[in-house]
Design a protein around this ligand. Structure first.
Ligand code: GLN
Ligand code: ZN
Length: 765
């Protein structure tokens, strides 16, 4: 029989129950017992949902209170020294301290670094290894959760991150990255113990995620991979091991993967359909089962079931039914929970979509088709074919005037009038800012009152005028505060924006929105990505009246605030019926109009956030150039329609720039602000060695932690910056927007930041 398997399910809950529980625990409003009980309840609900859908193999240990990599760190006991972990099992408060930093009971520790999970908008906690890191099982979570599933009468397969991927996800204190593999000898006994224990508990199968098999690896990895998996096999000869790869194709690692001493290999056939035939060959040759990642775990469109059946039938013919598994392309963590709850979506659009729960149904349908033949699922296939046809021809999607405008784009539209040096001079004259100008990244705390007002406005209990007044009051409060603390370039604070992408999507044609389509971004934080379904255009100005109003309140310079085309694209569910480059260009033209309207309204500084440009980088180097070419062009098209004296800023978070500094420079923003505080300015190296010519604001305030940095540590960071970048090029700002923070933290932190800038002006006179 052909099996269907899931690789991971959204843990946040249909109504973000996990977010709410975790956050109230952090606030002290929920006991640890209750939090643990809530986790258990969610796991059970999700397992039952999967069981009832008819899935044959359900994952366990895909649940997490914060992050699955942090769970692995605890499981393997590699807790960095600063958390004073003294052995035994890592307790929940230490766990959260590692995730978020902690300032309580005399403890003052920073959080561990966080970074994007491959090219998704999910962030994981980066493992930190000491030079000869030891590993010792220090969490019972995976064993407890497996036992819990058994007790509930659900046979699950526990999921872990494979040893090589785990090491590669981390960083070693000496930064000698490839040396991480020297830690394998220390690490493998711990993995063997995990496998032995699970097998002893009765687990029949284990899923080991090795996403790095779908990335660029060096040659010697072939041998390393084989040895590692031979070693794991020895831990228990009977447990079925499924090695999963996702987000890209195996390409040059294909033979390595199939040579591993494991039972099955999972491949992503959404991202890399072209690898199918070769995988089939290798699976046949090596006698392995092949898990077909057919259902898109990264997007919300219904599967083309007929096409999937073609693939499945081919696989069965070659490998036999028992050696074929039907799966989502990756964990469903990256898709929203359930389309059923979406009562407001346009039914025609809704009919094109499938969220995580619906994807389980698709898996079940395909499994039935695989087992009983196409006739057994005839109605489902007919419906699926109709959906595909409807999307291909719908007038909702295809807009002629957008097409015409795209065709009229000229190379000049992607160029500023003059070079940076000329623009810089004009901008300095016009803006008259001090050395080390201070600014923020845009948002200020999204307070309870702001959220309440927005909720009331959405519900209709607050009318538009009342809502606008409430937001204007907030803008005024933010502007007054910034003046009082002495910031140089002000922002309006973005109170009217629920989210930096959704806000724009709501005002652009071609987008639609779910009500509850939340996806975890980091920890308890979720985002609700807009859904791009059709050609994009801007019917009316989107931000101008807010910027104008904010500017009217102050003599200081107000920075206009926009989200860039790549970030809008990257943080949305995108159409899968045209290349992303084309969608990006459509968004770019819409933003270009907005930039020009802001300039006309007297806004001299305009920031276009491209927080997501790096995470959009293809996972394989050979694909980078093409992506960077079109994404840089999209940024330039939206930012180049202005006068030389108008200063264009851009902002990027959680980015490493070493390998794309050339593209960053080509974007030619006058000022770029980046996230650098957690890495102690490490990220600036790239700008130094490249001799990056434009201005830079390296973040000095880690806004992802509730910790309040003091002036001395920010001066310290700025001194590190001055050591590598000329002072004339430097700005002083936080790592990112402040919307997730409270005023109680932001006020003292920004005051300290302004003081730090003043100190720097004295020091570097
Ligand atoms: N302007 C946005 C803000 O301050 C930028 C957020 C981001 O880069 N993620 O919230
Ligand atoms: Zn940011």
């Amino acid at each position: 029989m052909t099996h269907s398997i899931n690789l991971g399910f959204p843990r946040i809950g249909a109504h973000r129950e996990l977010k709410k529980a975790v956050e109230s625990y952090w606030k002290g409003a929920m006991s640890q017992e209750d939090l643990i009980a809530e986790g258990k309840k969610l796991r059970l609900t999700h397992w039952n949902l999967q069981k009832n859908s008819g899935l044959s193999s359900i994952p366990a240990n895909d649940f997490s209170f914060y992050d699955q990599v942090l769970d692995m760190i605890c499981l393997l006991g590699c807790v960095p020294e600063r958390y004073d972990f003294s052995g035994g099992n890592v307790d929940l408060d230490t766990y959260f301290a590692m995730a978020r930093g902690s300032q309580k009971d005399g403890q003052d520790v920073t959080a561990m670094e966080m970074t994007k999970w491959f090219d998704t908008n999910y962030h994981y906690i980066v493992p930190e290894f000491s030079k000869d890191q030891k590993f010792k099982l220090s969490s019972t979570k995976i064993f407890d959760e497996y036992a819990e599933s058994v007790e509930a009468g659900i046979q699950t397969h526990p999921v872990i991150i494979g040893p090589i991927s785990f090491l590669k996800l981390g960083k070693r204190e000496d930064n000698f990255t490839d040396c991480r593999l020297t830690l394998l000898d220390n690490l493998l006994p711990a993995y063997e113990e995990i496998i032995t224990k699970l097998a002893d508990q009765g687990a029949m199968a284990i899923q080991i995620d090795e996403p790095y098999l779908a990335m660029d690896l060096k040659e010697n990895y072939d041998e390393v991979y084989r040895e590692v998996y031979a070693c794991l096999r020895k831990a228990n000869p009977d447990i079925r091991i499924l090695v999963t790869t996702y987000f890209d194709g195996l390409r040059d690692n294909l033979e390595t993967a199939f040579a591993l001493d494991v039972n099955a290999i999972h491949v992503d056939l959404r991202r890399a359909p072209e690898q199918f035939e070769e995988c089939l060959e290798q699976a046949a040759k090596t006698g392995k089962a092949l898990s077909l990642g057919l259902i898109d775990g990264r997007n919300i469109w219904k599967n083309d079931l007929s096409h999937s059946m073609d693939i499945i039938e081919q696989a069965i013919e070659k490998l036999g039914a028992g050696n074929v598994m039907i799966a989502p392309s990756c964990s469903l963590l990256h898709t929203p929970f359930d389309l059923k709850n979406e009562t407001k979506l346009d039914p025609a659009l809704k009919n094109w979509m499938a969220f995580a729960t619906q994807k389980l149904d698709e898996l079940a349908i395909l499994q039935k088709g695989a087992t009983e033949g196409r006739d057994a699922i005839k109605p489902e296939l007919t419906a699926s074919d109709a959906v595909q046809k409807d999307r291909a021809t719908s007038e909702r999607i295809h807009n002629k005037s957008v097409q015409d405008r795209l065709n009229a784009v000229t190379p000049d539209m992607a160029k500023r009038k003059s070079n940076f040096a000329t623009r810089q001079k004009l901008q300095h004259e016009k803006l008259g800012l001090p050395k080390f100008p201070t600014t923020t990244i845009g948002s200020f705390p999204q307070t309870q009152e702001i959220r309440k007002a927005r909720a009331a406005f959405k519900k209709g209990t607050l009318n538009e005028a009342e809502y606008e007044t409430a937001m204007k009051d907030e803008v005024k409060r933010v502007v007054d505060y910034q003046e009082s603390v002495g910031l140089d370039v002000l922002v309006h604070g973005e109170p009217e924006r629920n989210d930096m992408v959704e806000y724009f999507g709501e005002q652009l044609d071609g987008f639609t929105f779910s009500k509850l389509g939340w996806v975890q971004s980091y920890g308890s934080r979720c985002v609700k990505p807009p859904i791009i379904y059709g050609d994009i255009s801007r019917p009316t100005p989107m931000t101008v009246k807010w910027a104008e109003y904010a500017q009217s309140l102050t003599d200081k310079k107000m920075k206009g605030m926009l989200t860039g085309p790549i970030t809008i694209l990257q943080w949305s569910f995108v159409r899968d019926d045209q290349p992303e480059s084309l969608t990006a260009k459509q968004i770019s033209l819409a933003i270009r109009d907005e930039v020009s309207d802001l300039e006309k309204a007297g806004i001299d500084i305009i920031q276009i956030d491209e927080a997501a440009i790096r995470e959009g980088l293809p996972l394989r180097k050979e694909d980078w150039k093409n992506y960077l070419d079109w994404s840089v062009e999209a940024f330039r098209i939206c930012s180049s329609g202005v006068e030389d004296s108008t200063q264009i800023h851009t902002h990027m978070c959680y980015s490493e720039f070493n390998d794309m500094i050339d593209a960053i420079a080509k974007m030619d923003a006058d000022v770029i602000s980046i996230e650098t505080s957690r890495s102690q300015m490490e990220l600036l190296d790239a700008f130094q060695s490249y001799k990056y010519p434009n201005e830079i604001g390296p973040g000095v305030y880690d806004i992802h932690s509730p910790r309040i940095p003091n002036t001395a540590e920010m001066v310290d960071l700025m001194e590190k910056a001055v050591a590598v970048i000329p002072a004339e090029q430097l700005w002083v700002n936080p790592d990112c927007g402040l919307k997730t923070r409270g005023w109680a933290e932001v006020e003292p932190a920004l005051k300290n930041m302004v003081d730090a800038a003043k100190e720097m002006r004295q020091k570097v006179a």
